[in-house]
Write a protein that binds this ligand. Structure first.
Ligand SMILES: NC(=O)c1ccc[n+]([C@@H]2O[C@H](COP(=O)([O-])OP(=O)(O)OC[C@H]3O[C@@H](n4cnc5c(N)ncnc54)[C@H](OP(=O)(O)O)[C@@H]3O)[C@@H](O)[C@H]2O)c1
Length: 305
């Protein structure tokens, strides 16, 4: 099969190459999926799991990409719940070869059925963004209707999902990002926007929940924006500050079949819009994943256009 591999962590996305690799076997409780579309998060190559297995042993050359939409071709020993020929979407394991390939082996429990009226490109754009937003708002953030949410990176792939889900749930949403992101963040439902290059984040006070998708200094300054007893949720590294009398949670997204179903149902009925930027073929993916201009929205690789 064709696959994109990485071998050298210091090379980043510039070190990606398109090669021939053997098709993966289906292990216990796995399915092998013929990948139709794949999603890629630009920071993946900084994640240790891209380079090592669960025992921290080198697993290069490794295939990146953790989001997929495709069709089940093979069931592993003991696999139940999915069938050969079924359309599916979901999250591939962090520590195994991923979805920038024509076939991927995934534990069946990490996938959900993809309804026939949702195309593969859209399906591949949902798992990480949709699940991260859902889990950050409702599980870790314990959002209540009527509360306020400040979303850092609101115009990005995850941020646009966070904004829409929070609004649907009855929250008031303040988005942040670069000056050029203002209109996009507002279009996806943010009611206010803080331009982090020109506005003072510290002018915002008393929000119930900060959802951090930027990290670093922006995260450090965020605990002070939260009301006493409120929550700071981050997916970009350990939270080093905590809101007064409140909680700080950093987490890594997990697959969840029921939540994938909630997300895709919202796309079908129009409550959620995906934030897809570039769509390319697998042959053109290495160039697209090394953009010369600023990326806008999620890059989707149509493996089987
Ligand atoms: N732990 C987890 O489970 C998990 C899950 C999903 C995502 N993530 C992480 O969450 C982050 C966001 O993911 P994503 O897919 O939404 O990425 P994305 O589509 O690139 O969105 C991030 C947005 O934040 C903006 N931004 C970044 N740094 C900024 C700064 N200093 N000031 C103003 N705006 C800034 C980006 O603008 P520019 O493009 O101009 O920088 C972009 O608009 C990534 O680091 C990703 O790895 C973690």
């Amino acid at each position: 099969m064709k696959a994109i591999v990485v071998t050298d962590q210091s090379a980043g996305t510039a070190g990606m190459t398109l090669v021939e690799r053997p098709q993966p076997p289906a292990a216990i409780n796995d399915v092998v999926v013929e990948v139709h579309a794949s999603g890629f998060v630009p920071t993946e190559l900084a994640w240790p799991s891209t380079w090592t297995d669960r025992r921290n042993r080198d697993r290069t050359p490794s295939i990146p990409g953790h989001e997929l939409a495709g069709v089940v071709t093979t069931l592993g020993y003991g696999t139940t719940g999915l069938s050969v020929g079924q359309r599916v979407f979901g999250l591939a394991d962090w520590h195994r070869d991923g979805t920038l390939a024509e076939y991927v082996a995934v534990e069946a429990r990490n996938l959900a059925p993809l309804p026939g009226d949702v195309d593969f490109t859209v399906g591949a754009s949902l798992p990480i963004s949709g699940l991260t937003a859902w889990q950050g708002l409702f599980e870790h953030g314990r959002l209540q209707a009527g509360q306020s949410v400040l979303v850092h990176g609101a115009a990005g792939a995850v941020g646009t999902m966070v904004t829409q889900l929070a609004r649907e749930f009855g929250a008031y949403v303040v988005g942040t990002g670069r000056a050029a992101d203002r209109q996009k963040a507002l279009d996806f439902g943010a009611q206010e926007f803080v331009d982090l290059d020109h506005d003072a984040l510290e002018d915002v006070h008393g929000v119930d929940l900060v959802f951090d998708l930027i990290g670093g200094d922006v995260q450090q300054r965020s605990a002070g924006v939260v009301r006493a007893g409120g929550t700071l949720v981050s997916v970009v590294g350990p939270t080093e500050t905590r809101p007064a009398d409140g909680r700080a949670v950093d987490f890594v997204v997990e697959s969840d079949r029921a939540q994938l179903g909630e997300v895709v149902q919202r796309v079908r009925d129009g409550r959620l819009r995906t934030n897809i930027g570039t769509v390319v073929t697998l042959d053109d993916a290495v160039a697209a994943l090394n953009p010369t201009e600023r990326r806008q929205g999620k890059t989707i690789i149509n493996v089987r256009p």
